[in-house]
Ligand binder design. Sequence first.
Ligand code: C2E
Ligand code: CA
Ligand code: CA
Length: 607
Amino acid sequence: MITDDSEPGRSRHEPSAWLAELRDILGRKALTPHFQPIVDLRIGELYGFEGLIRGPSDSVLHAPLNLLDAACQAGLLPELERACLESILGAWAQAPQHYRIFVNLSPGALLDARGRAIRGAHLVEQLGLLPGNVVIELTESHPTFEYGPLLEAAEFLRSMGFTIALDDLGEGFSSLRLWSELHPEFIKVDKHFVQGVGSDPVKLQFLQSIHELASRTGARVIAEGIETDGDLAVVQELGIDFGQGFLLGRPAPQPNLRQSPSLVHRLKPSIGGPASRHRTTTTSRATAERLLLPTPPVSPSTNNLEVLSRFIRQPDLLSLPVVQDDVPLGLLNRYTFTDIMSRPYSQELYGKRSCIQFMERDSLIVDQSITIQALSERMVESDPRHILHGFILTRNGRYIGMGSGHDLMREITQMQLSAARYANPLTQLPGNVPIQEQINARLDAQEPFAVCYWDLDHFKPYNDVYGYRRGDELIQWTGRLLQEGFTESDDFIGHVGGDDFITVLPGDDWEQKVRGLLLRFEAERQAFFNAEDVEQGGYSSENRKGQMEFHPLVSLSVGVVGVLPGVYANLHEVAAAASGAKKMAKRQSGCSCFLERRMPLARSAQA
Ligand code: C2E
Ligand code: CA
Ligand code: CA
């Protein structure tokens, strides 16, 4: 484990010595803030910073825990915490403010509630900060706790626009009860459960359960203490949204806005990388389900004041769905709604009325099984406001959650980036990785499909005689021909490399199209040869031994494997069958096709 040089263990000095020291520090305001980045792991970008306090570097009270201990024992905790806030927020006010700032507050500080909260809020205001950008991290510090006043204080802070995080979940007394009563927007999982999570099944289980619980309650998880690539990979793999730890950035006197390039590379979701398996794909089979944001809905019996308080509590909530008996009715949009409710007398006039009064009834409602591609087409064709307001996701007509236009755009961009990354440079068609993904997705879907392995015959001598440029053109033309031949939205055309192509076609009515394509190739290929060569059906060239050899015109062969559910166990079996079929096709002269259709039990082959 990496140790933090700022935390050399708690002070064991004589009380009188540190008491004088503490008073001196408070008197001189000798506190310095540090800022540690919190990263949005879904997009690999900075989300905010946690402010962490430090005493003078040569003092036994350098480490924050020592400072806090000392202040607690001296009865000076409120003064210290006030000074910490001033120091951290004061420095933060100089920094770019579109990031979030997370500050620590002890429940004691919070419990002294109103007065202190108001002073804190004034501080925020004086510094020109927006409460909506300030997240208050709360740790439960005692086993027996007065919940009532604490919740009241938290509610009060929320009403002023602050966001609440439950800190150190799993450590000390930070408990599920506080979680269930406080409804924090963020849950910070203690570093104990993150460090080495890759090799500890119990930690893994813990993190996974927290993540699931959080997504059901609309809270977002921040994994603390990410120290190694291994920790990061597991956290991302679990789909946890935010991370903090030495690997992502150590606490530093200035907020460090620049991530190291190697880190950026590791963080950006990428296909084939550890983070990508759940999130990105180049195939068009990905569905809207991956955009699901579980969002507790309201019902027609919810009144407008309750909706308003929900929007205040959850500053990131763009729209609130209205649902009755699992059936979605429409959306309440944050901006439209708060705009109406902030007009004079609105709260008195409408506050107690049903929220359906201001509900948009023509919201975009889609089933979770719709593909991302199809969803984005619907989005583009429909009212532009859906991109801002988001859409409702259903399963068999029942409400399951929300999706945001922003997430959809990110997913589409990711798919395009991945597609570009794995495209064949010559034809721009998807290369090996997406081809494999496509076949895997088809196998998973358990429906019939065909894999066609296309290959040009006698291509090498063509390249030698006509030159590489003409050779490239012939390959590009073949790619275009395939694209023109297989135009269904579910048809997939990939370019393995060289003169090899793969098409993956759904269903079982592809045979005619495949044969039609060979005929078209044969009919149109003469454009690539001299008239004389077309006449002779080929041309001669010198082989390696210096002898003249006759080569027929380039032809196209295809081996087709008709895949029925349950016949092939995996991608490798399908790929082996496809290259076997291609070899059989190539044994025949001219443009030719070999079909391989294995039956679930009795296996058969036909030419
Ligand atoms: P915390 O709120 O849990 O803050 C995170 C602590 O974990 C910080 O220690 C940070 O430096 C450390 N840390 C971050 N990433 C890693 C990592 O990858 N590995 C390891 N081993 N540690 C990591 P720090 O700065 O020593 O703060 C200790 C505690 O003191 C904080 O724990 C917080 O409870 C308290 N604290 C710090 N500043 C303040 C403050 O301004 N006000 C209050 N009330 N408490 C503060
Ligand atoms: Ca904290
Ligand atoms: Ca913490």
